[in-house]
Design a protein around this ligand. Sequence first.
Ligand code: FAD
Ligand code: UDP
Length: 364
Amino acid sequence: MNYKYIVVGAGLAGLTVAERIANVLEEKVLIIEKRSHIGGNVYDSYNEEGILIHNYGPHIFHTNDREVYRYLSRFTAWNDFWHRVLTYVDGNLIPMPITVETINKLYNLNLSCNEVEEFLKKQALPINEIKTSKDVALSKVGTDIYQKIFETYTKKQWGIDPGEIDTSVISRIPIRLNRDTRYFNDRYQGMPKYGFTKMCEKMIANKKIKILLNTDYKEVIEDLQYDKLVYTGPADYYYNYKYGEMAYRSIDFVFETFNREEYQPAPVVNYPNDYDFTRITEFKKLTGQDHKMTTILKEYPCSDGEPYYPFPTKECKEQFNLYQAEIKREKKVIFLGRLAEYRYYNMDAVVRRALDIFHGGFNG
Ligand code: FAD
Ligand code: UDP
């Protein structure tokens, strides 16, 4: 069969490209997806009790990129939502990320913003060259806060010490010298009014887009002709692991439903030091759904299983460079997204990347 365009993977990366091909170029496009549904990791669905859950972990849309926000707003309205996280330290629930409130609660103080700035300056360790996530944390908040909030959480999440992890990981968490306890700084934040899956369905509501679910692209690709393939699966799999398997971090998602209205006082509670899971999400507090029962999710990070997070170490980056050199030589295949580019993209960054690839001479 002949398709000018084929997209492998129906996550946000693949769907954005397919949407552009169908609606801007007005060309036919085939999406091949190995799972039984579209959306990739942003997929959400109603469980047996009728509660909307995020099947692959809590997803909150947030961005400073106006164009990406406006692009996705064509496919969904948004519920106003400012994400808040509490973290369980020394038997207390305190606001995350680190703000003036966090420091005051952690140390039972009543410092002003300026005093917290002074306090953190005294705690911070002088580190000449910031090379790892551990250096990032120690140089900003010092040993005690590092140990209480970052060290064990990060070990659980990644299975290795923060001293071996790229600076970008802990740098995702802001440190604020004010009382703003929102988790993200971004100007645009929200939850799709009817969920992410509904948003994704709208993105590909065009007869020019055909979708083949439950199919690994390798099962069918030999029988297809195409001019351009946009590949959003793992790069190592595409190249038959010729430079070895890339490490990914996986998560065991464990859902529990309770016959009561509320489980915890925030949408997400982090557990840096207790238990084997990293965090608990209560979905109704993300989605705003009214229901007399409630469903929560505990995340147990692990090394085997579906690839969710590219591994943020120097060695993995070097290994990926070998694949990257092959990718650069491809004429008909574009590698895009969290798995294919081995990058810790958020949703907005992946959509931005997809739009850039499409608008930057995709046709050529
Ligand atoms: P994916 O969603 O992984 O899509 C890739 C698709 O390719 C998958 O559907 C996969 O099944 C398919 N595929 C793979 N191999 C093959 C094959 N051989 N043949 C056919 N199909 C194949 N981002 C935020 O902005 N905010 C958040 O709050 C947030 N929370 C997150 C929480 C968790 C636990 C995780 C894991 C991620 C989170 N993200 C969040 C990131 C977000 O999920 C990603 O940015 C986004 O999903 C990446 O889209 P993608 O299309 O690149 O990848
Ligand atoms: N992190 C931490 N303690 C926390 C929250 C996060 O040490 O309470 C670290 C951890 O290394 C994590 C990283 O900061 O992987 C990024 O956190 P984020 O909440 O952005 O992770 P994600 O939602 O992408 O899993």
